[in-house]
Design a protein around this ligand. Structure first.
Ligand code: BDR
Ligand code: CA
Length: 313
């Protein structure tokens, strides 16, 4: 089967970085048409730079990286340096990238790519706030019907939130964008905190990355060590959740995940629950299903896939 064509929309972020590496390490499964940066974990000048650092680390400087929206649709940007560090990719010092940033705006790249391809052949993989995707849908509504699937990291329901008690970071940062995307009608598969909080970087799993004995393995282990310090303290767990690579792993090995096709609505007005993904898991409303809400992951299988693929870089 031909590799599946994807656009990775991202705000790197150490876990975004691992997701990009996993995709670039899997050319038989995935054809990365472009990486589009958005403001999120850190401001846009850093996320677009970090995206290029990661492509260079993968040995693929020919990857097309685009810069997108620098702020949420109608709110002030909230960032997460408390998790990812000042640069967004804190850990070992990394050289500035030398590969170019594409001239085209990320939103226009998303629009043109969907228009240039047959319907149902391009998958969007948002790993950050949904600002770029929502802006593209608003600017060019004709592309919504052409999307094969949106597989995103965001939201949470049974696990609660990680930036407020009710909201997960990516949705909280731009809830208006999330609402546009969830209301658009394109098929959505979501990896909420309910899944990613099971994908924990235990010592043995981090050692497996380090034991690859490659620059990529060393870097992934070091990044993981960095953001673990914050998350381990917060959750009192034996490792930190490796959120964003769940999206890419799903595209490669969907059988690692289990969920339900249900209705998910985005809260955009409540002060207390802004950015909450209200998931009708028990189908108690008559609102139509609009997303496959994943709830279970085979975490050992996920980390085995990661180690196997990262070894190829
Ligand atoms: C999400 O927020 C970011 O900090 C991570 O990169 C991930 O995309 C988890 O809530
Ligand atoms: Ca992210």
């Amino acid at each position: 089967m031909a590799p599946r064509k994807i656009i990775i929309d991202t705000d790197p972020g150490q876990d975004d970085a691992v997701a990009i590496l996993l995709a670039l390490a899997s050319p038989d499964d995935l054809d990365v048409l472009g990486v589009t940066a958005v403001a999120g974990n850190v401001p846009l000048p850093l996320t677009q730079k970090n995206a290029r650092i990661v492509c260079e680390l993968a040995g693929m400087p020919e990857t097309k990286v685009f810069s997108g929206c620098d702020a949420p649709i109608s709110r002030k940007l909230v960032t997460a340096e408390h998790v990812h560090g000042k640069t967004g990719l804190d850990g070992p010092q990394m050289a500035d990238p030398t590969m170019p940033l594409q001239d085209q705006h990320a939103v226009d790249f998303i629009i043109d790519t969907l228009r240039d391809h047959n319907a149902g052949t391009v998958t969007l993989c948002p790993l950050g706030p949904l600002t770029n995707i929502a802006t593209a849908f608003e600017k060019a509504p004709d592309i919504v019907g052409k999307v094969q699937e949106i597989v995103l990291m965001g939201g949470g329901f049974f696990e609660g939130g990680n930036i407020t008690p009710a909201a997960e970071f990516n949705i909280y940062v731009d809830p208006e964008a999330a609402k546009i995307v969830f209301d658009a009608g394109a098929p959505i598969t979501m990896m909420p905190l309910d899944v990613t909080h099971q994908a924990l970087t235990t010592q043995a799993r981090v050692d497996a990355f380090r034991n690859l004995g490659t620059p990529v393995g060393d870097m992934v282990a070091a990044w993981t060590d960095f953001f673990e310090r914050f998350d381990k303290e917060k959750y009192g767990s034996e490792g930190a959740p490796l959120h964003d690579p769940c999206v890419i792993a799903y595209l490669i090995q969907p059988e690692l995940f289990e969920g339900r096709h249900i209705n998910v609505e985005i809260e955009t007005s409540s002060e207390l629950t802004l950015g909450m993904t209200v998931a009708d898991w028990w189908r108690v409303s008559d609102r139509p299903p609009n997303a496959t809400f994943m709830r279970q992951i085979d975490a050992d299988g996920f980390f085995a896939l990661l180690a196997d693929r990262l070894a190829r870089l």
